[in-house]
Design a protein around this ligand. Sequence first.
Ligand code: PHB
Length: 388
Amino acid sequence: MNAPFRLAALALCATAFGPLAQAQSTGPIKVGLMLPATGTFAALGDMIEKGFKLYVQEQGGKLGGREIQYFKVDDESDPSKATDNVNKLIKRDNVDVLIGTVHSGVALAMAKAAKDSNTLLIVPNAGADAITGAMCGPNIVRSSFSNWQPGYSTGVVAAQKGYKRAMTITWNYAAGAETVKGFTEAFEKGGGKVLKDLNLPFPGVEFQALLTEIAAQKPDVVFAFFAGGGAVKFVKDYDAAGLKNSIPLFGSGFLTDGTLEAQGASAQGLQTTLHYADNLDTPRNNAFRTSFALTYKANADVYSVQGYDAAQILGAGLAAVKGDLGKRDALTAAMRKVTVDSPRGKFTISPAGNPVQDMFLREAKGKNNEYRSVAVKALADPARGCKL
Ligand code: PHB
């Protein structure tokens, strides 16, 4: 082939197959980070991004042999803007994989858009049960938890401690409702009774009337789901209302994760369950925390672990196909088959795409949520409604 003809043929190929061929095997992998950068979950989004980028950096900036290029959208934890926001990444930026998000309602819209467009999605926090339940799909994997998991494991612990009468308190949205449901399922199976579920709109922090109701009812234990800025205010208000010393406060670990410094003395001694504890004394966790602290001059938390593991899961998929996104079935299969060597401890991914993982009882001490015991070993979400 003479040179001009070869150039023309190449140009033709580039027009006909260029974007597709490029997206599949050469050039950078386009990663769309859809996370909150503002609002009550802003700090959580930041930690997820830091964790994700730390793993990529540790791999020399490449996964499956390919550079990573980031695109970002602030989802503001606002479900009403979620479809428009995710479409900026899918349609405008043409990303290869979506990473997001924190808020369950926003993540449900992301999962729908990912399914409709067959875009890969890794969920690095939001626990909405349906994402690895009724909406499950081969292109969707979660590196975090289902809302049912921390709720259920806290219910197991509260019942084991002998509490009989509980009240629950949370925001009125998917994560709150589903976490409370998981708690209630285990607590009542263990012989307890939930007297009343209290809630307020997300992301409200007007807790006073609800705390007054708790003080009046005097349950044996209170179970709370709050996170981020809202969790800081709730834990302080619970203490200021004089309840901390009279009615034990339990929660899923988000109540005290990434928030301890801001909560000060009010959080000290609080017991929660979660799939991570800061001081897990394993070489893997110690190396991760050291690397995180050196890179960011900050302490790692559960959100950074989930971001780090999202990158590990993507990395496992891309390694299996040597970076060739065209080998979609092999890539998604490898993302599910992986045993993730996580700072939380090794975990596997269920057929529905959710971590099967140990849930720990922790206690807030100083700046750490310290490990106390395994609350439930290798807890798998029931994946209700998943037909994979
Ligand atoms: C959620 O909306 O699913 C959610 C948000 C923050 C958390 C945990 C779950 O810390």
